[in-house]
Ligand binder design. Structure first.
Ligand code: PGA
Ligand code: ZN
Length: 429
């Protein structure tokens, strides 16, 4: 082993995420002083089967402090990894996984492991003078993802009356990634003006991820109609498709087996009908978590019935075992890839390649609490995912990812391809 790739130190600190809550940042330093630094994002709309987060509890930061996780990195993970070769990502991740030895990473904490795992990858990329996407993905990484913009939100992400969590749109008709960003931004601002006119000035309040939260409206049809109107106003009719994250786990009542929707308790059959009507009425081409996280059967049924993208977020939690069950039962056809749901880069990459080998699409995703760290953008290009979910085209923690993708597009020049209409099955020629 060349000593210049050996890990000299692993050091964590507590920083803030975009919600102003603490999160873990890790510095991995090699023997020759090359640094890899990465942060862990955090979710609000979490699934039950996600890797756990170590939080301190108590009064400090409302219980959300991560001093315990920082201590785990500095005192437990660091001695495990010192001396290892930063290029051996798999060995390093499995060293942590084997030490942790729990189903949900509750001993070391998923939040401590994620930042460490990604910091190792960055230290390796920096040691080899490669961009992170090139290091992770190799010579064939060239696809710029279609951004799934979050325009209006509800559920756990905003103080609105919408039960569904996210009303999104994807600029599949753009020719390049930077054009996609321009289109998304123009629609965002026009939508803001239209919402203000229709629902009053409080519509301009934004929820998590920078999306609008119009008050006094709970009908998804109204959300889609006004988004489509803004798209049309900007001259992009036909260049966007709509997407939905129902996040239905959070509408579901385990005791009654029913979903809370617009003030009523409804059955899964009624919910299915609502989706069917929306798909028939609008250019809605992607639905995430249409049913609760344990209902693999209903996910299979909706995938059969609607010829569109069905995404598993809380269903799969980026976990290969849960995805394997989905593949077996034909539940959904796309995996939402959130590295911190599973806990290490290696496991997330395994899930992504397993998905692709089984003809599932991969939608790389942020969490509602991000930092300015841009490993997410790099990961999307690394695996030629074809699509990225990253909130609204506003606010620094969102824009940091988009701007990094603009830079990568420029760097790749003529060899890059914007996934566009092939967002589900890139790479394209
Ligand atoms: P998060 O939710 O708050 O857990 O990041 C986003 C999502 O459900 O996709
Ligand atoms: Zn989701």
């Amino acid at each position: 082993m060349e000593s210049r790739f050996q890990i000299r130190s692993v050091k964590a600190r507590e920083i803030l995420d975009c919600r102003g809550n603490p999160t873990v940042e890790v510095d991995v330093m090699t023997e020759v002083g090359v640094l890899g630094r990465a942060d862990t994002p955090a979710g609000r709309s979490r699934g039950r089967y996600e890797a756990s987060e170590l939080r301190d509890g108590g009064k400090r930061y409302g219980g959300l402090g991560v001093r315990e996780a920082v201590k785990v990195v500095n005192e437990v993970i660091s001695p495990l990894l010192i001396g290892m070769d930063v290029r051996c990502q798999r060995d390093i991740d499995y060293k942590m996984i084997e030490y942790d030895c729990t189903e949900l990473k509750s001993k070391l904490g998923g939040n401590a492991m994620v930042a460490t795992s990604l910091a190792v990858a960055k230290a390796a990329a920096n040691s080899l003078s490669l961009p992170l996407y090139r290091y992770i993905g190799g010579s064939n990484s060239h696809v710029l993802p279609v951004p799934m913009f979050l325009y209006i939100c509800g559920g756990k992400l905003a103080a609105t009356d919408f039960d569904f969590q996210e009303f999104n749109a994807m600029p599949i008709g753009a020719r390049t990634f930077s054009e996609a960003i321009q289109m998304g931004s123009e629609v965002y601002h026009t939508l803001g003006n239209m919402l203000k006119e229709r629902y009053g000035k409080y519509s301009l309040n934004t929820g998590d991820e920078g999306s609008f939260s119009p008050p006094g409206v709970d009908n998804p049809e109204e959300a889609y109609e006004i988004i489509l109107k803004a798209i049309k106003e900007e001259g992009y009719e036909g260049d966007f498709v709509l997407a939905l994250d129902a996040a239905a786990t959070h509408m579901y009542n385990l005791d009654t087996g029913k979903y809370r929707y617009r003030g009523k308790d409804i059955t899964k059959e009624q919910l299915m009908e609502i989706y069917e009507n929306l798909v028939n009425k609008y250019p809605l081409r992607s639905i995430e978590d249409p049913f609760h996280e344990d209902d693999f059967e209903s996910f299979a049924e909706i995938t059969r019935r609607l010829n569109i993208q069905i995404v598993g977020d809380d269903l799969f939690v980026s976990n290969m075992k849960r995805l394997a069950k989905g593949v077996e039962m034909h539940s959904a056809n796309t995996v939402l890839l959130k590295v911190n749901q599973v806990g290490t880069l290696t496991e997330a990459l395994d899930t992504a390649s397993y998905a692709m080998r089984n003809s599932y699409s991969v939608l790389v995703s942020e969490r509602s609490a991000q930092t300015e760290d841009t490993w997410l953008a790099e990961l999307a290009v690394a695996i030629n995912a074809g699509q990225i979910k990253n909130g609204a085209p506003t606010r620094s923690e969102r824009v940091a990812q988009f701007n990094q993708l603009i830079r990568i597009e420029e760097e790749l020049g003529g060899t890059s391809r914007y996934a566009g209409r092939n967002y589900r099955i890139p790479p394209l020629t």
